[in-house]
Design a protein around this ligand. Structure first.
Ligand SMILES: [Zn+2]
Length: 423
């Protein structure tokens, strides 16, 4: 199915190029472009392609949502299902059990933990039901063995440490359920750490005392420490405390797009020294800057003021919210974020940190999706752009999964050492 669709893509791109090149009477360029795209698609097919961040479990827990069905992204908003992973040649993915930040008391923590476990169950159940297409993956090597069986690897992460509550033993529980990274914080501060986007600013000066214990426990068990969504102090605290390399599962380069969610050059250099990895995300606001537009900003603020949190909406409410945003986008158009922007960020991170410290974490079903990489079926366009920019197969292999797998292995090796010392 993947090959069939690629053939259609090649025919379409070739025809488009021939038409455009005939206009300038330069057929030799058409041939080389065609070869370049074929070369990119062949590389895409050969290397392990791993996406470290998708919020798809939010959909998996909805009654009737079937991962083995192909969904129309424009109609449903859904960006990932197994048929589209196959079409896009996406071999492995981390599904993040995401729990939005809420009240930080015992009841809140207990609700968050239950919801988190429900999402983890939904990932496991979906993988078991579709064992002809996918397999649950727990270790780095699993991605390669499942790929060789023609199946996609499904890893589990947690986005937001809120479900950990104040109970360190939950880390072990989550590990036993298959969780292999935890994003310490989300859009507001929690009991573990400070967020980059909390309107009240820093609360703990980075990691809290409990958050530090959480990082040590993650190191001991072999769970990757994810600093995406954290404020800068959290990044510096986590990278100096962690005994294993850290990850940013979905963040971009601040020098290219000035956003608090993105990583400064100083951070990128530290990630390189730490041996960690920054996974590029397909979130438009983190990929390109939009010229200020007061009218648009106030229209969005007015819309948001009357809206519930997206994850608290019914499906019908989500649909009408999407329509309302679409109307605003038509009324106040912004420059599209494209795959060229993605490659600009990759170029920059490589310039600052090196080829071994960048990867891909699209954030599909969590706001990710841009022109050319709108959903999982289009991720091969990243590879095409990288080949156009002169990246070779070895470099693309590192970007698309090799780097993350290296970090994952190192995190497990450090855990083994810590456990051996404690015996
Ligand atoms: Zn996120």
């Amino acid at each position: 199915m993947f090959k069939l669709r690629l053939n259609y893509l090649i025919i379409f791109l070739t025809l488009s190029l021939i038409v455009s090149c005939n206009k300038s009477s330069n057929k030799s360029v058409a041939i080389s472009e065609e070869q370049l795209i074929q070369k990119a698609l062949d590389i895409h097919n050969r290397v392990l392609t791993l996406d470290t961040h998708a919020d798809t479990p939010l959909r998996m827990i909805q009654p009737g949502f079937d991962m083995s069905e192909r969904h129309d992204p424009r109609e449903t908003g859904s960006k990932v299902d197994y048929p589209r992973m196959i079409e896009g040649g996406l071999d492995a993915i981390f599904f993040a059990a995401f729990v939005a930040q809420d009240i930080r008391d015992d009841d809140g923590h207990s609700r968050a933990k239950n919801l988190c476990l429900q999402m983890i169950d939904s990932i496991v159940t979906s993988a078991e039901r579709n064992s002809d297409l996918v397999g649950l993956a727990l270790n780095p090597e699993d991605a390669y063995s499942l790929e060789s069986e023609g199946k996609r690897a499904i890893y589990i992460g947690i986005e937001n440490g809120y479900p950990v509550g104040n109970d360190l033993s939950n880390i072990d529980l989550f590990f036993e359920r298959g969780v292999r990274y935890i994003t310490l914080v989300h859009s507001s501060n929690n009991d573990l750490a400070d967020s980059a986007t909390d309107p009240n600013g820093s609360e703990h000066g980075g990691l809290s005392d409990f958050g530090s214990e959480v990082v040590k426990e993650m190191n001991r068990l072999g769970i990757m420490v994810d600093v995406s969504h954290g404020n800068d102090s959290l990044f510096y605290d986590a990278i100096s405390l962690s005994k294993a390399p850290i990850i940013a599962s979905h963040s971009n380069a601040r020098a290219i797009t000035n956003h608090d969610r993105n990583m400064s050059d100083e951070m990128l250099k530290l990630i390189a020294r730490n041996g960690g990895v920054v996974q590029l995300t397909m979130l438009a606001d983190y990929l390109r800057e939009v010229p200020p537009n007061v009218e648009r900003d106030s229209a969005i603020a007015a819309l948001r003021a009357n809206m519930k949190q997206f994850d608290e909406m019914t499906q019908e409410e989500q649909r009408s919210a999407r329509n309302a945003y679409q109307e605003l986008n038509i009324k106040y158009p912004t420059p599209a974020a494209t795959v060229e922007h993605v490659a600009d960020h990759i170029d920059h991170i490589i310039k600052v940190a090196g080829i071994d410290h960048v990867g891909i974490g699209c954030d599909f079903d969590g706001g990710g999706g841009i022109e050319g990489v709108f959903d999982a079926s289009e991720v091969m366009n990243i590879t095409i752009e990288l080949v156009k920019r002169g990246y070779n197969e070895n470099q693309i292999e590192k970007i698309w999964g090799g780097n993350l797998i290296r970090v994952f292995k190192e995190v497990q090796a450090v855990a083994k050492k810590i456990q051996a010392q404690n015996i």
